[in-house]
Structures are given as structure tokens and as C-alpha cells.
Ligand binder design. Sequence first.
Ligand code: GLU
Length: 422
Amino acid sequence: MSESRNVSTINPFDMALEQLDEAAKLVNLDKGLHQVLAHPKRVLVVSIPIKMDNGEIQVFTGFRSQHNDARGPYKGGIRYHPQVTIDEVKALSMWMTWKCAIADIPYGGGKGGIICDPKRMSEGELERMTRRYAYGIADIIGPRTDIPAPDVYTGGKEMAWIMDTYSALKGNYGQPEIITGKPLQIGGSLGRAEATGRGLSFTVREAANRLKVNMHTATVAVQGFGNAGQYAAQLLEEQGAKVIAVSDSRGGVYNKNGIQVGALRKHKETKGSVIGFAESKSIGDSDVLETDCTILIPAALENQITRKNASKISAKIVAEAANGPTTTEADDILYKNKILVIPDVLANGGGVTVSYFEWLQNLRREYWSENQVNDKLDKNITRAFSDVYSTHEKYQVNMRKASTLLAVNRVVEAIKIRGLWP
Ligand code: GLU
């Protein structure tokens, strides 16, 4: 991690509970049902002993939190990061419940994580850790119970190892529907890699329409240049916007005349970071947030926009590619300053939506074309955006409160119809 990125002490689960409390108040939620939603249904902690390359045994800790399954199987990614905590994973699993409800796909919310520093591990160590974690959670996941996916610092490679380990443990045949975000060769979906960024670009398009922002004169700043940040930047560039500032965990680059996203991606691929990109001036990772721009995309980690820097943000639209990048206090400041925040549970919902398409293809042993995937994604996200936008207008609350409120209503309806048993 760079020194410049905010490492906040705000507990993400407290933040998620605060958001739930606010939504509960707005919809007059029954106290008991509020309690149901405040607790994940199950949180599993596993210790993961593996042999490191130097022959020593190291024990990692991993989690899988299953928040709610009233609307369908638990669904959500697995992240590898030194700052993973049980509370972070619990918060992220609650946000997945809301995200799937807003996207209106038949899933509940789950999330997993391992406390580790994947950048300092060899390929062999990563594979052994991933397989041992898959073994540890194998009894609580399943194609119809809990379907994991990639998240921060995990991708197709890890998904393939998990699918293989799970399939071997459960009967030695390939079960692609156990996990999404897989490589194409083993049942991945066309369009899944770009899905989070693509979905985000659709939500920005919708927001720009509502706010009468012209994408051809709009400028974009992106904090975090991983999977979501890279595709979001590229797709907004395709909509006509000019990307002027980009950062990753090591630092940032700025050019007021525009940065070519394709060239920057190549640079990052070869150099491992955006820093040193030609014809740009170097800036700090957190400076990117305060860049004078039209559209700001936090695409890194939680708690980046806080009460300390929220009033310095000048963008018209903030579209959250990361999960939980804005604190509750910062949300209020941005709302007061008339900045439209497209919250994570809406803005980055394209990832899990295409995961759903991947899962459907796997269950039916079908393959859809990329156009089919992208068109369906567009329709789904556009509808989700308009549901949230009209809720935000109706209740006169920010888009995050509107999202949580909408999601809580949908989940509570499912809980009520199903009833409690035993
Ligand atoms: N990790 C992604 C998210 O936070 C994707 C989850 C999924 O595809 O299940 O939305």
C-alpha cells in the first residue's frame, strides 16, 4: 500500500449497520426484522496452513460471511488483502445482499476474504493457499447455496483453482456453476471481465442524462486502476469523456489534456504501476480524489472519501467502483454540495449481474455472445438506476439511502413471504 492512500480506522461493519438503521427508519421497519438484517446468518473463520516456498509452514486466516439468502443463494467475491478483517467481510456481505436486490437478481449476499499480501507471494504459494481455503469453505458453499466470485486481488486464476478443488472434493467432475468470474476455457462468460466497469459506465451515462452533463466535455478522475477502474475509465473514454487523472496504490498521474487509457493500461501491464507514464505529471493517490473534474471514480478500497476531504471534491458525479469508499459523514457533505453519488451497490452491480449470467449459462451448459451479455446488462442496470433514482426523488434522500431503502424493502418482502422456520 502507498503511504498516501487513506488507511482509516472506521469500521466498515459499523458503517453498514448505520446505513441499515437509516433505511429501517425511513421504511418503518419492524424491530425484529431489523435485527435479522443486522446479523449475517453465518460467518465461518478458517485457518489456512500452507507450506511456503522456503519450506516453512505459515497459517493464514480466511473468512466467508453469508449475510442473507431470502432472495436466493449467497453470492459475492473473495478478496486477498493484508487489511481484510472479519468486520470488513461482514459489511461486504451485507452490501452484496443489497446489491443483488437492487440489480433484482435472485441472490442473497455473501463475501469472503483472506488476510494476506498476495503481491508478496509466489504463484505456488497463492495456489496452495487458495486451494486450502476452498477446502475450508467447501461445506458451506455450493452451486445452489453460495457462489463465490473475484474481488480485490483475485481473478480468473484463483476462481479456476477453487472450481477445480471443489469439483475434486465433491465427486471429481467439473462444476463450473460453483463459482463465477472464471476463465472462458472453463465456463467463464464473455463480458464478465469488463462487467463492473461497463455497468458503472451505464450508470454514469444515466446520471449524466438526468443532470444534463455532456459526456463529450466531461473529465474523469479514477482512484484505483485494477479491473474495475481500468474498464470504467476505458468505457467512459468511449462515451466521449476525457480521463485526466488516474492513480493506483503506488501513486498517480495527471494530464489536463487527457490520458489515453489504452496506453496507460499497457504501461501498467509492463511497469506494474501507472507511475512514470509519459506526458503526465505525477500526483499522489489521494490527490486524485480532489482533482477538478466532472466524474470521480473511487475504484480502490473503503473509506477514501471522508469528512476530511469530502468538501474538497468538485466533481458533479461520484460513481463508486469500489465497495464502501465513502463514509456516512462524507455522504452528507457531498449531498449538501449537490454532488450526485452513485453508490457502490448500484454503480458496481454490473459485476455480479454478469456473474448471474455466467451462472445461468453454466447451469444450462450454454454460451451467450458478448453482445447478448452486454445488452442484457445494459437493460438490467438502466432499470436498477431508474428504480434508485426515482426512490431518491420520492423520499428526498441521497442515492445511497435510496438504494438501501429499496433493497431492504425487497429483501424484507421475501423474508415475510417465506416466513421464519423453525
Ligand atoms: N466482488 C464483486 C462485487 O463486489 C463481484 C461479486 C460477484 O460477482 O459475485 O460485487
